[in-house]
Design a protein around this ligand. Structure first.
Ligand code: SF4
Length: 442
């Protein structure tokens, strides 16, 4: 195994964490992004810290003379985190020049040696609200390879992952270290396309043997029609499947997935799944301007694939919105347009629908404008720092200030959802404005 350079940041992080014992921080170096990552024990707050010289545009909580501090928590910055964050930033100021120098000194070569597992095998996405754990969730990334190239995919394919033997030893170590919480932990097995990884079955078997709460496989279903494949993953202990399926029309499916000829395979794969007893299946469609009109047809196709003899425990349709990515401008669609097709799909009721997902999902006030779709609009979403657009804001004449990925309107300040709502993605607001937003009373 290659030897890492001496790590000057280790004593520095210890010094930093010790000076902030009140906040119970743990600072670690992340070789993939060459940043310091900070978790506050017992809190959901996670920060990412990097030198200013390496930072482009994006959301940030604070720029100090030497560093940029971003809130990296999946749930964003909860109101109760403010005090802990203020204490942390005060401590950080004392060592920021030294920390910046350390992080600058890390060369990409020393940080990202092939085979050293730059892509973290396990990412803990545990959700907490008011210091209470409301869900223990881990992403398990077995491979970054994929047999599709979806236009909206944010995954970095060239990131190396651990070799299989190392995956198993790391996973076993994780299970040992987290034994008490394991029965309450849900693992999402992801990638790339995890069905391409030879570690899939052994990894899930290990988690089942160690008593993990549940394993959900995220897949495009293309390999499911291969003889014996589904029986093997059922046998390994997978009970839940989250399957990407973006259109019932082959041409649109090919366009969105960047493939040719995989639609019949994926459809057959889903049909095979629906014949198997006990699998819980959620089909996920990412809404874009190329497929939003397909929603009712897609639901009808899924109902047809299930047929009257479907033995599957559950079948749901889940709507996801794209996160910010380079294809956004080409693929985005206004909420008002998608709402028409959401309403039609819900009304026809061919397949039950679960709540809208993704950072660009409709805010609850917009969803309530389109009453039929309100049922699947989430009431709490990302709450990274948002810019409040002044009344009469015109995106063409006044840009969103640098660093803000979310935009709200001044009306949001009076809205009951303001503390937990992320408003609109800034790209959406730049393109379509904020006139849809209405403060919700109560
Ligand atoms: S905070 Fe703003 S965007 Fe969110 S629901 Fe309320 S009015 Fe809508």
């Amino acid at each position: 195994m290659p030897v890492m350079n001496p790590q000057p940041w280790v004593p520095l992080f210890k010094k930093l964490d010790a000076s902030l014992r009140r906040s119970s921080c743990k600072t670690v170096f992340d070789p993939g992004t060459r940043t310091a990552k900070v978790a506050m024990a017992g809190r959901a707050l996670e920060l990412m810290i990097c030198p200013k010289s390496r930072y482009g545009d994006g959301p940030f909580y604070k720029k100090t003379p030497h560093l940029v501090v971003c809130v990296a928590s999946k749930h964003g910055l909860a109101p109760a985190d403010a005090e802990h964050l203020a204490a942390y930033l005060a401590g950080l100021e004392k060592v920021e020049a030294e920390l910046s120098r350390c992080l600058e000194d890390v060369s990409p070569e020393s940080a990202a040696k092939p085979g050293e597992g730059v892509q973290p095998l396990i990412q803990d996405l545990t959700l907490r609200q008011a210091e209470r754990v409301v869900g223990k969730l881990c992403l398990l990334s077995l491979t970054m390879r994929c047999n599709q190239a979806c236009l909206f995919c944010p995954v970095l394919r060239d990131v190396p992952v651990l070799p299989e033997a190392k995956i198993m030893s790391e996973l076993a170590a994780y299970c040992r270290a987290n034994k008490a919480l394991l029965p309450a932990t849900s693992f999402l097995i992801t990638g790339g396309e995890p069905t391409l990884s030879p570690a899939l079955e052994p990894a899930v078997r290990l988690l089942a043997k160690e008593g993990a709460g549940s394993c959900t496989l995220l897949s495009n279903a293309v390999r499911f029609a291969e003889p014996g494949f589904l029986d093997a993953i059922w046998g390994s202990g997978i009970r839940k499947l989250f399957l990407s399926f973006h259109s019932h029309q082959e041409k649109t499916y090919d366009l969105l997935t960047g493939t040719k000829g995989l639609f019949p395979k994926a459809s057959r794969g889903i049909k095979e799944v629906l014949k198997r007893p006990f699998f819980e299946v959620t089909c996920n469609v990412v809404l874009t301007k190329r497929n939003y009109k397909d929603l009712p047809g897609l639901a009808a196709l899924l109902a047809g694939l299930a047929g009257s003899k479907a033995k599957t425990k559950t079948l749901n349709l889940c709507i996801s919105a794209m996160n910010e990515n380079p294809a956004w401008d080409e693929l985005c669609v206004p909420h008002a347009k998608t709402a028409v097709y959401l309403r039609k799909t819900l009304k026809e009721g061919k397949v039950p629908m679960t709540a809208f997902m993704g950072d660009c999902a409709m805010p609850v006030c917009v969803g309530s404008l389109y009453k039929a779709s309100a049922a699947i609009v989430p009431s709490a979403r990302v709450d990274t720092a948002a810019w409040y657009a002044p009344a009469g804001w015109a995106p063409d004449s006044s840009p969103v200030p640098t660093g803000f990925l979310r935009v709200k309107s001044e009306a949001c300040r009076k809205c009951r959802f303001d503390p937990v709502c992320g408003g609109l993605a800034s790209r959406y607001a730049r393109r379509f404005g904020v006139s849809e937003l209405r403060s919700v009373k109560g």
